[in-house]
Design a protein around this ligand. Structure first.
Ligand SMILES: [Zn+2]
Length: 475
């Protein structure tokens, strides 16, 4: 029994520990028993907390941080189309020629999954031009939506639900769900394993997925002992009808896999009607269910805040159930309202071209106003390199961005760890290195807060631990 205890007890020492705990931001050692942290501080204070025979690991001055919590990934999309082909054409003719070359390589009956890093060329706003060149089902994801040809809509059995051709938001999710259900489960499991290996290599110990697609697949991986990252799935609150609501599911190990919250789309291009907004807020409040609202463009945010205020008044507990994704355009006054209501903003330093515009994604304004911030990659699969899963790349991006909205490396790291844990209501379990919390952490080659943010490029992930177990690197 003693030997068993000792095997699960670890003392990490001679480390630059960045705890993300404001009460004790720095330390030199972390003590772990089984899957929990039992102490953070100096070696001498911690030795007494550990059983005889605990493993002492000298980190040689490397940095230890809480594991990264990517608050916004698209596992559904990313895994469904992991083998996507990139189509780069920017004119209708060159785009279609590339599609034609790609479909020529398909086996009979196969789908073409493709990603266009650019917006679709003019004249491609329906699937008809694709039908004119191929009978194969084609699904192309673009930065602003997806294009399906008639064969794809037919094969996914979506004729009644999906508008012909161009699909966005909730319709993309529905299309992918239908597509993924037709793929062999062994193939999907392998793609999921590849994702987990990538996450571990990058120090990501938790992700929040923007749909509940594949929750069962990940629960299966957990049961077989091969899950190395905690996953919260946020199902869509609205699918084809206003009254659709996927249930939440906490499962046997809710700190590993759970379905929790709702996600809605309320964008400039397709805003929710006032009536639906009101319904959304009331449902969240009655069910006390965390609700993520995808907001793109200037007009919808004000209307969302008006609705929340009208329904819950100044009750921060209730207003704090809401979280705004992307929030590309936020005025100073809106930042103050968000802070007053305790509404979290989740930013995604990914669409680099958009971030070039200095007034979009005003993270400095948000933090100065006191808005809770979390960060996520908006990962869309390994083929879309512009949305890297790498948290350190995201941190470097927001901390070295030119213009007045730059934030510090320390602020970005805090948003990517504690901020994201708060955003999923789990700050008591993770997000900082603190006695009693889960032993989810990352060892970096050096303290990333030292030196200019631009030099972050040479900070490497040495090892990643989830629940007391090394899932990458290790000592
Ligand atoms: Zn997204």
């Amino acid at each position: 029994m003693l030997a068993l205890l000792a095997a699960a007890a670890i003392l990490l020492h001679h480390a630059d520990v960045l705890t993300m705990d404001p009460a004790r931001p720095r330390a030199h050692a972390v003590a772990i028993v089984d899957d929990r942290i039992v102490g953070v501080g100096e070696v001498r204070e911690l030795e007494a907390l550990l059983p005889v025979g605990a493993r002492h690991i000298d980190l040689g001055g490397r940095a230890v941080l809480p594991g990264f919590n990517d608050a916004h990934v698209h596992l559904g999309l990313g895994l469904s189309i992991a083998d996507a082909v990139e189509i780069r054409g920017t004119t209708r003719a060159s785009f279609l020629a590339e599609v034609q070359r790609a479909v020529a390589r398909l086996q009979p009956g196969e789908w073409l999954f493709a990603i266009s890093p650019n917006a679709l060329p003019a004249g491609l706003d329906t699937g008809a031009p694709l039908d004119a060149i191929t009978k194969a089902p084609v699904f192309i994801v673009t930065p602003f939506g997806g294009l399906m040809n008639g064969a794809a809509v037919f094969r996914a059995e979506l004729r009644d639900e999906v508008p012909w051709g161009f699909v966005r938001g909730r319709h993309i999710a529905a299309a992918l769900d239908a597509i993924a259900r037709r793929r062999p489960v062994g193939e999907l499991r392998q793609v999921a394993r590849d994702f987990l290996a990538e996450a571990a290599r990058l120090g990501v110990t938790s992700v929040q997925a923007m749909s509940d697609q594949f929750a069962d697949l990940f629960e299966g991986l957990r049961r077989s002992g091969s899950l190395s990252c905690r996953v919260r799935f946020v199902p869509l609150g609205q699918l084809f009808r206003d009254d659709f609501h996927a249930p939440s599911w906490s499962g046997p190990a809710p700190l590993w896999v759970r379905v929790d919250g709702w996600k809605y789309f309320h964008d400039q291009e397709a805003p929710l009607e006032r009536r639906v907004l009101k319904q959304m807020v009331r449902r969240a409040v009655v069910a006390r269910r965390r609700t993520v609202v995808h907001v793109h463009g200037p007009a919808p945010l004000g209307r969302l805040l008006d609705t929340i205020e009208a329904e819950v008044g100044a009750d921060r507990q209730l207003a704090g159930l809401f979280r705004v994704e992307h929030a590309d355009t936020v005025s100073r006054e809106e930042a103050r309202r968000l802070a007053r209501l305790g509404i979290t903003v989740c930013a995604n330093p990914t669409l680099a071209a958009e971030w070039q515009r200095p007034r979009l994604y005003p993270l400095r304004t948000l933090l100065d106003a006191g808005v809770p911030l979390c960060l996520g990659s908006d990962w869309l699969g390994r083929r879309t390199h512009r949305r890297s899963l790498d948290p350190l790349a995201g941190v470097r991006f927001v901390a070295s961005r030119p213009g007045p909205e730059r934030i510090t490396v320390g602020e970005a790291l805090s948003a990517y760890t504690l901020g994201s844990a708060r955003a999923e209501g789990l700050e008591a379990e993770k997000g900082s290195l603190h006695r009693g919390k889960l032993a989810d952490l990352v060892v970096l080659s050096r303290d990333p807060t030292r030196g200019a943010p631009e030099t972050l490029a040479d900070v490497r992930v040495i090892a990643t631990m989830v629940g007391g177990r090394w899932v990458y690197g290790g000592f």
